[in-house]
Design a protein around this ligand. Sequence first.
Ligand code: NAP
Length: 316
Amino acid sequence: MTAEATVAQRLDGKIVGAEIRASLPPRIQAFTASAGRPPGLGIVLAGHDGGSETYVRNKMKACAELGVYAVLERLSDEAGVDEVLEIVERFNQTETIDGILVQSPLPSGMGSGAEQRVFVAIHPDKDVDGFTPINAGRLVQNRPGIAPGTPSGIIEMLDRVGIPIEGQRAVVIGRSDIVGKPMALLLLHRHATVTVCHSRTIDLPAVASTADILVAAIGRPGFVTRDFVKPGATVIDVGTTWLRDRDAVIALFGPESPRLEVLERRGHTVVGDVHPEVAEIAGALTPVPGGVGPLTITMLLSNTIRAAELRHAQGK
Ligand code: NAP
């Protein structure tokens, strides 16, 4: 069994996130002085998913720390998609709300098309997650718009730590609308040569191991093992799975891992898609937790301020 970190440079999302966050207060102050109110974020949280509760709490906290007005509307597990749509429409009409965030995933009882119905209802100017078809289309065509926070944060991190993108071979594992596809597009617009992989990709390790930059956005703990990684590659681990099973934690991290103490204390430990052994072969690697996650919240705040600035500039 391998140790959790050895040679790969650790790409610390808390440090990079703090750097980006430090650039936000002057923008918030300038906006507040000019608009006579702070930037506003409306959040909808439906159901009681443990992960979502934590993410929303962290987002509210980050807003409070920076002086962004945040309002949270909660719905029960039994709520219907129409109730979410009603709140979204109210936020669309509320002048002091610049950004709208509907926490994903919505309760499964809302049906499989619920998220798409909700995302399309958010006004594109307030779409701080960048999930609406309008902003997705702008991203495809590389026009100004709001891009999803997680992939934007990854680009920001690569830039800040000086990892080149142009001309590099990038492989993205995962093709979701919120991570995989926008990630691939942002890398493409920065002139990487991009391959997108998914569950039907044949011989995934062979494709993945051509990458100079490998992004794993799958949701399967420890799936990306050493044979997926070209020595020296930059590996970005987007996966966040709450592992609750002690044997599974031992299988991944070994019987001496401090993760077991975390598991004992919290009842879960957050695990990425990348196997710990990859630290022995990658050139740089984002940890989970503490890698991509903190960037996502920072980029949400940055997007909210941007939406506020754009709306104010349009006289809204
Ligand atoms: P998703 O919508 O479930 O998409 C997962 C993708 O992985 C799909 O494209 C799927 O392929 C692919 N996949 C599944 N099993 C595979 C396999 N065996 N081989 C190859 N590809 C496989 O998930 P998501 O919303 O993109 O999120 C992915 C992960 O990132 C999750 O763990 C999520 O919690 C995490 N996440 C983290 C952050 C953060 O801030 N850190 C933000 C967003 C998401 P198919 O399309 O063929 O089914």
